[in-house]
Ligand binder design. Structure first.
Ligand code: GLU
Length: 321
Protein backbone atom coordinates (compact mmCIF):
# COMPACT_ATOMS: atom_id res chain seq x y z
CA UNK A 1 0.00 0.00 0.00
CA UNK A 2 1.31 3.45 -0.89
CA UNK A 3 1.73 5.64 2.16
CA UNK A 4 0.03 9.01 2.07
CA UNK A 5 0.87 12.02 4.22
CA UNK A 6 -0.39 15.55 4.31
CA UNK A 7 0.11 19.11 5.47
CA UNK A 8 -3.14 20.76 6.49
CA UNK A 9 -2.64 24.42 7.36
CA UNK A 10 -5.34 26.87 8.38
CA UNK A 11 -4.94 30.01 6.23
CA UNK A 12 -5.43 32.45 9.08
CA UNK A 13 -2.04 34.13 8.89
CA UNK A 14 1.43 33.93 7.38
CA UNK A 15 3.37 30.68 7.78
CA UNK A 16 6.23 31.00 10.27
CA UNK A 17 9.26 28.78 10.57
CA UNK A 18 7.43 26.54 13.05
CA UNK A 19 4.77 25.78 10.43
CA UNK A 20 7.56 25.31 7.88
CA UNK A 21 9.17 22.75 10.17
CA UNK A 22 5.96 20.72 10.42
CA UNK A 23 5.43 20.90 6.66
CA UNK A 24 9.04 19.89 6.02
CA UNK A 25 8.90 16.91 8.39
CA UNK A 26 5.63 15.64 6.87
CA UNK A 27 7.02 16.10 3.35
CA UNK A 28 10.35 14.41 4.13
CA UNK A 29 8.59 11.48 5.77
CA UNK A 30 6.64 10.79 2.57
CA UNK A 31 9.47 11.52 0.16
CA UNK A 32 11.79 9.19 2.06
CA UNK A 33 9.10 6.46 2.13
CA UNK A 34 8.29 6.90 -1.58
CA UNK A 35 4.77 7.93 -0.55
CA UNK A 36 2.38 10.61 -1.70
CA UNK A 37 2.00 14.05 -0.21
CA UNK A 38 -1.25 15.99 -0.05
CA UNK A 39 -1.81 19.66 0.70
CA UNK A 40 -5.19 20.44 2.24
CA UNK A 41 -6.35 23.94 3.09
CA UNK A 42 -8.26 23.88 6.38
CA UNK A 43 -10.41 26.92 5.80
CA UNK A 44 -13.58 25.56 7.35
CA UNK A 45 -13.64 28.49 9.76
CA UNK A 46 -14.48 31.17 7.26
CA UNK A 47 -14.26 33.96 9.80
CA UNK A 48 -10.61 33.12 10.52
CA UNK A 49 -9.46 32.15 7.02
CA UNK A 50 -8.40 34.35 4.12
CA UNK A 51 -7.98 33.16 0.51
CA UNK A 52 -4.91 35.40 0.21
CA UNK A 53 -3.17 33.48 3.01
CA UNK A 54 -4.00 30.19 1.27
CA UNK A 55 -2.30 31.48 -1.88
CA UNK A 56 0.65 32.88 0.02
CA UNK A 57 1.29 29.67 1.95
CA UNK A 58 1.42 27.70 -1.29
CA UNK A 59 3.98 30.14 -2.71
CA UNK A 60 5.97 29.94 0.52
CA UNK A 61 6.02 26.12 0.48
CA UNK A 62 7.12 26.02 -3.17
CA UNK A 63 9.83 28.57 -2.40
CA UNK A 64 11.10 26.13 0.23
CA UNK A 65 11.07 23.28 -2.27
CA UNK A 66 8.09 21.50 -0.69
CA UNK A 67 5.81 20.30 -3.45
CA UNK A 68 2.65 18.20 -3.32
CA UNK A 69 1.18 15.43 -5.44
CA UNK A 70 -2.39 16.54 -4.76
CA UNK A 71 -3.73 19.84 -3.56
CA UNK A 72 -5.61 22.99 -4.34
CA UNK A 73 -3.65 24.10 -7.40
CA UNK A 74 -3.03 20.84 -9.24
CA UNK A 75 -6.17 19.03 -8.04
CA UNK A 76 -6.28 15.24 -7.73
CA UNK A 77 -8.62 12.30 -7.17
CA UNK A 78 -9.80 13.54 -3.76
CA UNK A 79 -10.61 17.11 -4.86
CA UNK A 80 -11.62 19.59 -3.65
CA UNK A 81 -8.68 20.13 -1.30
CA UNK A 82 -10.22 23.09 0.53
CA UNK A 83 -12.39 22.26 3.53
CA UNK A 84 -14.75 25.14 2.73
CA UNK A 85 -15.78 23.14 -0.35
CA UNK A 86 -16.22 19.78 1.37
CA UNK A 87 -19.16 20.47 3.62
CA UNK A 88 -21.39 17.78 2.10
CA UNK A 89 -18.94 15.13 3.31
CA UNK A 90 -19.03 16.51 6.85
CA UNK A 91 -22.82 16.60 6.68
CA UNK A 92 -22.90 12.90 5.71
CA UNK A 93 -20.66 11.91 8.61
CA UNK A 94 -22.72 14.09 10.92
CA UNK A 95 -25.93 12.30 9.82
CA UNK A 96 -24.26 8.95 10.43
CA UNK A 97 -23.33 9.95 13.99
CA UNK A 98 -26.79 11.37 14.55
CA UNK A 99 -28.40 8.13 13.44
CA UNK A 100 -26.09 6.09 15.63
CA UNK A 101 -27.27 8.11 18.64
CA UNK A 102 -23.82 9.56 19.26
CA UNK A 103 -24.82 13.24 19.36
CA UNK A 104 -26.82 15.43 21.71
CA UNK A 105 -27.81 19.08 21.60
CA UNK A 106 -25.89 21.38 23.92
CA UNK A 107 -27.53 24.64 24.97
CA UNK A 108 -24.75 25.91 27.20
CA UNK A 109 -24.19 29.60 26.72
CA UNK A 110 -20.84 31.24 26.17
CA UNK A 111 -20.76 32.42 29.78
CA UNK A 112 -21.58 28.95 31.13
CA UNK A 113 -18.76 27.53 29.02
CA UNK A 114 -16.41 30.31 30.08
CA UNK A 115 -17.09 29.43 33.71
CA UNK A 116 -16.08 25.84 32.94
CA UNK A 117 -13.15 27.27 31.00
CA UNK A 118 -11.62 28.76 34.10
CA UNK A 119 -11.54 25.31 35.74
CA UNK A 120 -8.02 23.90 35.85
CA UNK A 121 -8.58 20.85 33.63
CA UNK A 122 -8.94 20.69 29.92
CA UNK A 123 -7.24 20.15 26.64
CA UNK A 124 -4.63 22.66 25.57
CA UNK A 125 -5.79 22.40 21.98
CA UNK A 126 -9.49 22.80 22.70
CA UNK A 127 -10.03 24.54 25.99
CA UNK A 128 -11.83 23.18 28.99
CA UNK A 129 -13.17 19.68 29.42
CA UNK A 130 -16.95 19.68 29.07
CA UNK A 131 -18.59 17.97 32.03
CA UNK A 132 -21.56 16.75 29.97
CA UNK A 133 -24.12 19.17 31.43
CA UNK A 134 -26.57 18.91 28.53
CA UNK A 135 -26.14 15.18 28.08
CA UNK A 136 -28.58 14.30 30.81
CA UNK A 137 -31.35 16.81 30.08
CA UNK A 138 -34.82 15.29 30.11
CA UNK A 139 -36.91 15.60 26.92
CA UNK A 140 -38.98 18.32 28.63
CA UNK A 141 -35.88 20.29 29.65
CA UNK A 142 -34.55 19.96 26.12
CA UNK A 143 -37.76 21.27 24.68
CA UNK A 144 -37.79 24.24 27.04
CA UNK A 145 -34.21 25.16 26.18
CA UNK A 146 -34.70 24.59 22.43
CA UNK A 147 -37.43 27.21 22.43
CA UNK A 148 -34.85 29.83 23.42
CA UNK A 149 -31.61 28.79 21.76
CA UNK A 150 -30.21 26.96 18.74
CA UNK A 151 -27.98 24.22 20.13
CA UNK A 152 -24.50 23.07 19.23
CA UNK A 153 -24.23 19.30 18.71
CA UNK A 154 -21.84 17.34 20.88
CA UNK A 155 -20.32 13.95 20.26
CA UNK A 156 -20.56 11.42 23.08
CA UNK A 157 -17.10 10.07 23.81
CA UNK A 158 -16.87 6.35 24.52
CA UNK A 159 -16.48 5.46 28.19
CA UNK A 160 -13.37 3.35 27.59
CA UNK A 161 -9.75 4.48 27.60
CA UNK A 162 -8.31 5.28 24.20
CA UNK A 163 -4.81 4.13 23.41
CA UNK A 164 -2.56 4.90 20.51
CA UNK A 165 1.08 4.90 19.65
CA UNK A 166 2.63 8.19 18.66
CA UNK A 167 5.85 7.89 16.67
CA UNK A 168 7.39 10.83 18.55
CA UNK A 169 5.67 10.92 21.94
CA UNK A 170 5.44 7.12 22.37
CA UNK A 171 2.51 5.11 23.74
CA UNK A 172 -0.47 7.24 24.80
CA UNK A 173 -3.35 6.30 27.08
CA UNK A 174 -6.20 8.77 27.26
CA UNK A 175 -8.75 8.96 29.97
CA UNK A 176 -10.47 11.66 32.03
CA UNK A 177 -10.85 15.10 30.50
CA UNK A 178 -9.30 13.96 27.23
CA UNK A 179 -12.51 11.98 26.85
CA UNK A 180 -14.98 14.82 27.41
CA UNK A 181 -17.79 15.24 24.89
CA UNK A 182 -16.90 17.77 22.20
CA UNK A 183 -18.72 19.87 19.64
CA UNK A 184 -18.98 18.52 16.10
CA UNK A 185 -21.37 21.18 14.82
CA UNK A 186 -21.62 24.65 16.27
CA UNK A 187 -24.89 26.47 16.82
CA UNK A 188 -24.11 28.60 13.75
CA UNK A 189 -23.92 25.44 11.63
CA UNK A 190 -20.15 25.26 11.27
CA UNK A 191 -18.63 21.78 11.55
CA UNK A 192 -15.74 21.49 13.98
CA UNK A 193 -12.09 20.92 13.20
CA UNK A 194 -12.25 17.47 14.85
CA UNK A 195 -15.00 16.22 12.56
CA UNK A 196 -13.64 17.81 9.39
CA UNK A 197 -10.06 16.62 9.88
CA UNK A 198 -11.17 13.04 10.60
CA UNK A 199 -13.52 12.87 7.62
CA UNK A 200 -10.90 14.38 5.32
CA UNK A 201 -7.94 12.29 6.43
CA UNK A 202 -10.08 9.16 5.92
CA UNK A 203 -11.58 10.29 2.59
CA UNK A 204 -8.14 11.25 1.29
CA UNK A 205 -6.66 7.88 2.27
CA UNK A 206 -4.09 9.45 4.60
CA UNK A 207 -2.01 6.73 6.26
CA UNK A 208 0.38 8.99 8.18
CA UNK A 209 -0.63 12.09 10.09
CA UNK A 210 2.46 14.08 11.06
CA UNK A 211 1.64 17.42 12.69
CA UNK A 212 2.54 19.72 15.58
CA UNK A 213 2.57 18.51 19.18
CA UNK A 214 -0.16 21.04 20.03
CA UNK A 215 -2.62 18.59 18.45
CA UNK A 216 -1.50 15.50 20.38
CA UNK A 217 -4.42 15.88 22.78
CA UNK A 218 -6.92 16.14 19.91
CA UNK A 219 -5.95 12.69 18.69
CA UNK A 220 -8.13 10.67 21.12
CA UNK A 221 -11.15 12.65 19.95
CA UNK A 222 -10.34 11.91 16.36
CA UNK A 223 -9.75 8.25 17.18
CA UNK A 224 -13.19 8.11 18.78
CA UNK A 225 -14.66 9.57 15.59
CA UNK A 226 -12.83 7.06 13.40
CA UNK A 227 -14.26 4.32 15.59
CA UNK A 228 -17.83 5.70 15.54
CA UNK A 229 -17.75 6.23 11.77
CA UNK A 230 -16.28 2.79 11.08
CA UNK A 231 -13.13 4.30 9.53
CA UNK A 232 -9.55 3.14 9.74
CA UNK A 233 -7.31 5.47 11.72
CA UNK A 234 -3.91 6.54 10.36
CA UNK A 235 -0.57 6.39 12.18
CA UNK A 236 0.27 9.50 14.16
CA UNK A 237 3.46 11.47 14.77
CA UNK A 238 3.36 14.76 16.67
CA UNK A 239 6.55 16.72 16.17
CA UNK A 240 7.85 19.24 18.73
CA UNK A 241 6.85 22.88 18.48
CA UNK A 242 9.43 25.58 17.90
CA UNK A 243 9.93 28.03 20.73
CA UNK A 244 12.02 31.19 20.97
CA UNK A 245 14.97 31.66 23.31
CA UNK A 246 12.66 32.60 26.19
CA UNK A 247 10.60 29.42 25.72
CA UNK A 248 7.63 31.12 24.05
CA UNK A 249 5.94 29.24 21.25
CA UNK A 250 6.48 30.87 17.86
CA UNK A 251 3.25 32.26 16.56
CA UNK A 252 1.78 33.97 13.55
CA UNK A 253 2.41 37.22 15.39
CA UNK A 254 6.19 36.69 15.31
CA UNK A 255 6.52 38.61 12.10
CA UNK A 256 10.32 38.40 11.77
CA UNK A 257 10.19 34.63 11.53
CA UNK A 258 7.48 34.33 8.90
CA UNK A 259 8.51 32.82 5.60
CA UNK A 260 7.32 36.00 3.89
CA UNK A 261 9.71 38.10 6.00
CA UNK A 262 12.64 35.75 5.40
CA UNK A 263 11.94 35.75 1.69
CA UNK A 264 11.84 39.49 1.48
CA UNK A 265 15.08 39.67 3.49
CA UNK A 266 16.63 37.53 0.72
CA UNK A 267 17.34 34.58 3.05
CA UNK A 268 17.95 31.61 0.75
CA UNK A 269 15.47 28.75 1.36
CA UNK A 270 18.39 26.30 1.73
CA UNK A 271 19.55 28.25 4.76
CA UNK A 272 16.17 27.95 6.47
CA UNK A 273 16.01 24.25 5.60
CA UNK A 274 19.51 23.69 6.99
CA UNK A 275 18.58 25.51 10.20
CA UNK A 276 15.41 23.44 10.65
CA UNK A 277 17.18 20.16 9.90
CA UNK A 278 19.88 21.01 12.41
CA UNK A 279 17.28 21.95 15.02
CA UNK A 280 15.62 18.55 14.55
CA UNK A 281 18.97 16.80 14.92
CA UNK A 282 18.94 15.45 11.34
CA UNK A 283 22.25 17.14 10.49
CA UNK A 284 25.12 17.87 12.89
CA UNK A 285 25.60 21.54 12.11
CA UNK A 286 23.56 24.09 10.22
CA UNK A 287 24.51 24.14 6.58
CA UNK A 288 22.49 25.19 3.55
CA UNK A 289 20.77 22.23 1.88
CA UNK A 290 17.81 21.85 -0.46
CA UNK A 291 14.66 20.01 0.53
CA UNK A 292 15.56 17.16 -1.83
CA UNK A 293 19.06 16.91 -0.38
CA UNK A 294 17.53 16.49 3.07
CA UNK A 295 15.43 13.42 2.17
CA UNK A 296 18.01 10.82 3.28
CA UNK A 297 18.64 12.66 6.57
CA UNK A 298 15.04 12.62 7.83
CA UNK A 299 14.59 10.56 10.99
CA UNK A 300 13.29 10.80 14.55
CA UNK A 301 13.31 14.34 15.93
CA UNK A 302 15.78 14.58 18.80
CA UNK A 303 14.63 16.73 21.69
CA UNK A 304 15.01 16.31 25.41
CA UNK A 305 12.40 18.89 26.39
CA UNK A 306 9.66 18.13 23.85
CA UNK A 307 10.32 21.52 22.26
CA UNK A 308 12.82 22.86 19.78
CA UNK A 309 14.45 26.10 20.80
CA UNK A 310 15.40 28.59 18.12
CA UNK A 311 18.47 30.02 19.84
CA UNK A 312 19.70 33.56 19.19
CA UNK A 313 22.73 31.98 17.55
CA UNK A 314 20.65 29.98 15.11
CA UNK A 315 18.45 32.97 14.42
CA UNK A 316 21.56 34.98 13.69
CA UNK A 317 22.98 32.31 11.38
CA UNK A 318 19.67 32.24 9.57
CA UNK A 319 19.20 35.93 9.03
CA UNK A 320 22.75 37.28 8.93
CA UNK A 321 24.54 34.42 7.24
N1 GLU B 1 -5.36 22.94 10.45
C1 GLU B 1 -4.64 22.65 11.64
C2 GLU B 1 -3.70 23.79 11.96
O1 GLU B 1 -3.36 24.57 11.08
C3 GLU B 1 -3.81 21.39 11.54
C4 GLU B 1 -4.65 20.20 11.44
C5 GLU B 1 -3.92 18.88 11.45
O2 GLU B 1 -2.77 18.80 11.01
O3 GLU B 1 -4.55 17.91 11.88
O4 GLU B 1 -3.30 23.92 13.10
Amino acid sequence: MTRRGRFAPTPSGLLHIGNAFTALAAWLQMRQAGGEFVLRIEDIDKARSRPAYAEQLQDDLLWLGIDWDEGPRGGGPCAPYEQSRRESLYEEAFEQLQQAGRLYPCYCSRSELAAIGSAPHGLASEGAAYPGLCRSLSPAERQARAAKKTPALRFIMPPHELRFYDAVAGPQTCAGEALSDFVVKRADGMFSYQLAVTVDDAAMGITDVLRGADLLDSTPRQLALYEALGLRAPDFAHVPLLVDASGRRLSKRDSALTLAALRSAQVPPERLLGALAHLAGWIDRPEPLTARELIPFFGPVRTASGRLTVSEQLRHWLTEG
